[in-house]
Design a protein around this ligand. Structure first.
Ligand code: NDP
Ligand code: HSE
Length: 436
């Protein structure tokens, strides 16, 4: 059979990794796909730049439309990133009847509904395994492996850069900005690294996972996001004393009221496997009603782990290239006419437990006032520790763990506690999940 011709848009970390792995493993991959897969064309901004891959035999261009408009090319890999150019190129390629594989989570989270609708209309596939959790086949697992389950919740470390920074800071006491710079050199970070550290990238990925898990449209704009830049060394140390680790988690949970979609630093009991996922590694815990908890672990970023995911999509496309479009796995796991409109909850409707750290005057009655305010808001305290006064000071750090409560009540209680004359500065609040 004729080889399948692939055009690669973008030859950076991921594009370069894909060319390398497709070349190195060509034989094994074609044994799986049933046909040879050839990268015949590729685009980049600067054709004279040194590449991580060998581009010999590949026709290079700075104009991606040359590739998209070439009738000989069967599959387009969009590995440029961003949401404007990438969207236009993908829509044009779909219009031209090409199948698409992309690693672009921002694009799928923001414009996936429109892209999938157009792809279905044109009978082409748009696959995006690399968009979530790098090399972990989490999309295939949820879309296909767990299709017999009602998914109750999922929680994941889904940004490699953020987890790398938190791990290096905790284990080696390294500085935030120094570790971020290293993540950029290693090719882990987004073009705009605030996407990694402020939870936007994880929010994009969570919107995708939630859509696949619950059969809802992609709704990135409803994801609550909080970044890691405010996590202090003190919080990391107190959390460890209490038997917890702080991880930047994406959490999607179906409740009777609607769906929680949130990304924020989270205390997790240190005995949980996911609490021990370090460095650039990612992990996603998915709770299905039939299977129970399942955990998926692997490299969350980097050239070849991401290439592994991209190529698995290419193989899937090749395997069904000539099949009937109606018998393909739906883009978002559920049949298009069965997508549900379950509401996504606001951040005030979230229910979770909390870690609170406050600085209080070291005198009688102060803690009683704090606990009275919490109790007025129906917040029960699980643990309370008063530390020694800081050297030369008359104030003490107080650490509290609460039971699960409504975020709205916690917001109101924090405002009242911070207003007390006996409390100094602002309260450090980190959400806590037992993931049991
Ligand atoms: P890079 O910045 O390393 O690569 C981007 C590539 O796109 C470069 O080769 C660049 O060309 C090319 N490019 C940019 N603008 C144009 C243009 N106008 N026309 C043609 N080519 C263009 O990014 P990554 O490889 O890291 O990321 C690519 C995508 O993969 C993003 O969507 C990212 O979110 C996603 N992703 C990245 C992962 C990672 O670990 N890095 C993991 C999972 C997903 P030039 O080289 O000449 O500048
Ligand atoms: N910047 C992303 C991360 C790349 O660090 O997780 C993988 O999606």
């Amino acid at each position: 059979m004729k080889p399948v011709k692939v055009g690669v848009l973008g030859l950076g970390t991921v594009g370069g990794g894909v060319v390398n792995v497709l070349t190195r493993n060509a034989k094994e991959i074609s044994r799986r796909a049933g046909r040879k897969i050839l990268v015949t064309h590729a685009s980049a901004r600067n054709l004279t730049q040194e590449r991580i891959c060998d581009t010999q035999g590949i026709e290079l261009t700075t104009n991606s439309l040359d590739i998209i408009n070439d009738p000989e090319i069967d599959i387009i890999l969009e590995l440029i990133g961003g949401t404007t150019l990438a969207k236009n190129l993908i829509l044009q390629a779909i219009e031209n009847g090409k199948h698409i594989v992309t690693a672009n989570k921002a694009l799928i989270a923001l414009h996936g509904n429109e892209i999938f609708a157009k792809a279905s209309e044109k009978g082409v596939m748009v696959l995006f395994e690399a968009a979530v959790a790098g090399g972990i086949p989490i999309i295939k697992a949820i879309r296909e492996g767990l299709s017999g389950n009602q998914i109750e919740w999922l929680a994941g470390i889904i940004n490699g850069t953020g987890n790398f920074i938190l791990t290096e800071m905790r284990d080696k006491g390294r500085d935030f900005s120094e570790v971020l710079a290293e993540a950029q050199v290693l090719g882990y970070a987004e073009a705009d690294p605030t996407f990694d550290v402020e939870g936007i990238d994880a929010g994009h990925k969570l919107a995708i996972l939630a859509s696949l898990a619950f059969g809802i449209p992609l709704q990135f704009e409803k994801v609550f996001t909080e970044g890691i830049s405010n996590i202090s060394r003190a919080d990391v140390e107190y959390a460890e004393e209490l038997g917890y680790r702080i991880k930047h988690l994406g959490i999607a949970r179906k409740t009777e009221q609607g769906i929680e979609l949130r990304v924020h630093p989270t205390l997790i009991p240190e005995r949980r496997l996911i609490a021990n996922v370090d460095g650039v590694m990612n992990a996603v815990l998915v709770q299905g009603d039939a299977v129970g908890p399942t955990l998926y672990y692997g490299a969350g970023a980097g050239a070849e782990p991401t290439a592994s995911a991209v190529i698995s999509d290419v193989v899937d496309v090749v395997r069904v290239l000539t099949g009937d479009p109606e018998h393909r796995v739906p883009h978002l796991a559920f049949q298009e006419d069965a997508i549900s409109d379950i509401p996504v909850l606001t951040s005030e409707q979230i229910q979770t437990a909390y870690y609170l750290r406050l600085t209080a005057e070291d005198k009688p009655g102060v803690l009683a006032e704090v606990t009275r305010i919490l109790s007025n808001h129906n917040i029960s305290i699980e643990a309370l520790i008063q530390k020694e006064p800081l050297e030369g000071k008359t104030v003490v750090p107080v650490i509290m763990l609460t039971q699960t409560t409504l975020e709205k009540e916690m917001n109101a209680a924090i405002i009242e506690i911070e207003a007390l004359s006996t409390i100094t500065g602002s309260i450090s609040r980190i959400r806590l999940e037992t993931l049991g």
